[in-house]
Design a protein around this ligand. Structure first.
Ligand code: NDP
Length: 353
């Protein structure tokens, strides 16, 4: 008999890659999806299995991290060997607009899930993974950032995730639970949400190339991020739960790239060379070969408190888990642009990204 896993946030980027990985490893996978008035299972279409099939190993359940009764029932019904808590209001900028909801889903939601395990007396049989984040480091205290670097959250999202991080540590110490935090630096893929900066850039480069969009508006082009590939990061999540002892690990590439460089890469990949227009105060953005302005800085996208620099040190994960990454940020940009070009040629463009 293979193991059983419960994944919250299975309809998200990481949920889709992790579900695929666990199915490949012979797990039965139970995914939690939210009720939505529109279709929200696009990323897991390829692994969907008809529940009527007797040997189906992938099952979807309605649920929400703001509903503790629902979570208790799901854990009771599925009795998972491993729980991966990936569900979250995961967008930093949106967390400034919806701080209370973000705290409820991302912070208290994690507590609800841990309590469900405890209430059901499963703290010695169920292992727990928490999707912690490099946003915890916020205002730079040390470079590169590692497991021992002090946290300084700079958004309601990061503050909510800080609570989740520490409640996981506390339940591990208080109740002997096998509960681990993966402190993951940014990881992207063609499945990345359309409103996150990398995907917004690769979609726009493809759409502008195909004449389906005029201009891309962005916020802080000087923010630097450590970007890896989501497919490689979910392997790290799984490795954490296979260890004898639970612990907390940074997953990162150790390489940092300014947003403006990612913009230049993405446009180069569709054959457009960008030229920076303006200096100092009059800095406006990038123009293409024809002189037409294609990328503009819009201060509306600046955050009340910015995170300037993220760069992680994955040494502990490499030495203890044997985790490594292969994809460079440059290759990641290329893969995402190619996928968006393909998508753009066949699908309508969603507005509002
Ligand atoms: P996504 O935004 O792609 O996915 C988030 C998932 O959570 C979606 O399935 C979403 O459902 C679900 N969700 C949101 N709110 C709730 C709720 N209240 N109850 C139940 N489900 C909910 O995020 P990623 O896959 O990129 O990230 C996975 C996790 O890792 C998140 O917790 C994120 O904060 C964290 N993380 C991500 C990093 C990254 O670079 N990607 C870096 C570090 C941490 P729906 O599809 O219906 O919206």
């Amino acid at each position: 008999m293979g193991k059983t896993a419960l994944i919250t946030g299975v309809t998200g980027q990481d949920g889709a890659y992790l579900a695929q990985l666990l199915l490949d490893k012979g797990y039965s996978v139970h995914g939690v999806k939210r009720r939505s008035s529109s279709f929200n299972t696009g990323r897991i279409e390829n692994i969907y299995q008809d529940p009527h099939e007797p040997d189906a190993r992938f099952h979807l359940h309605y649920g929400d991290l703001t509903d503790s009764t629902n979570l208790i029932r799901l854990v009771q019904q599925t009795r998972p060997d491993e729980i991966y808590n990936l569900a979250a209001q995961s967008h930093v900028a949106v967390s400034f607009e919806t701080p209370e909801y973000t705290a409820n889903a991302d912070g208290i939601g994690t507590l609800r899930l841990l309590e469900a395990i405890r209430i059901l007396g499963m703290e010695k049989t169920t292992r727990f993974y928490q999707a912690s984040t490099s946003e915890l480091y916020g205002l730079v205290q040390e470079v590169p950032q590692r497991e021992t670097t002090p946290f300084y959250p700079r958004s309601p999202y990061a503050a909510a995730k800080l609570y989740a991080y520490w409640i996981v540590v506390n339940y591990r110490e208080a109740y002997g639970m096998h509960a681990s935090n993966g402190i993951l630096f940014n990881h992207e893929s063609p499945l990345r949400g359309e409103t996150f900066v990398t995907r917004k850039i690769t979609r726009a480069a493809a759409a502008i190339k195909l004449g389906r969009q005029d201009r891309l508006y962005l916020g802080n082009l000087d923010a630097k991020r450590d970007w890896g590939h989501a497919r490689e990061y979910v392997r790290g999540m799984w490795l954490m739960l296979q260890q004898e002892q639970a612990d907390d690990y940074v997953l990162a590439t150790g390489e940092t790239t300014p947003v403006r460089t990612f913009v230049e890469w993405a446009f180069a990949d569709v054959g457009i060379t960008l030229r920076w227009e303006g200096e100092g105060e009059s800095e406006k953005g990038y123009c293409g070969d024809t002189g037409r302005c294609l990328v503009e800085v819009d201060p509306r996208y600046f955050r009340p408190t910015e995170v300037d620099l993220l760069i992680g040190d994955p040494t502990k994960a490499r030495e203890k888990l044997g985790w490594t990454h292969d994809t460079s940020p440059r290759d990641l940009a290329r893969e995402m642009v190619e996928a968006d070009l393909e998508l753009m040629r066949t699908a309508p463009i969603a507005k509002g990204a």
